[in-house]
Design a protein around this ligand. Sequence first.
Ligand code: RB5
Length: 144
Amino acid sequence: MKIVLACDHGGYKLKESVKGLLAELELCFEDYGVFDETPADYPEIAARACAAIKDGRFARGIIICGTGVGVSIAANRLKGIKAALCGDEFSARMSREHNDANVLCLGGRVIGPGLASLITKSWLEAEFAGGRHARRVAMIDKND
Ligand code: RB5
């Protein structure tokens, strides 16, 4: 599974930490930046990472801004993207099992690296449960 990782300046520090985790887990990922804390526009960053999911280059994405709110709003406007802003492990797992989220959003100014690591691991390990959830997710996709 290939993962695209991206952030704005507010998510830069946490992105570096999540990047370390993905490397440690020996996962296949690409860092789409940003690469420092120079102000950057989160709608563009979310759109670029999500475009790479939509065209099949990546199966999943992790995008980070200051709160995670901006990137999640921007990502969820894009067809084929189901982005989940998570601040706890349970929601992260459920966003995969019940919602089939293909993008995880994190808030770099909200959570620390330890919690981000737990959330990211749960999200990456969990699988979509299908069944009744597939019917519900199809209802969302129908509105794309
Ligand atoms: C940038 O200052 C901040 O607005 C951005 O990172 C994000 O939190 C927006 O939702």
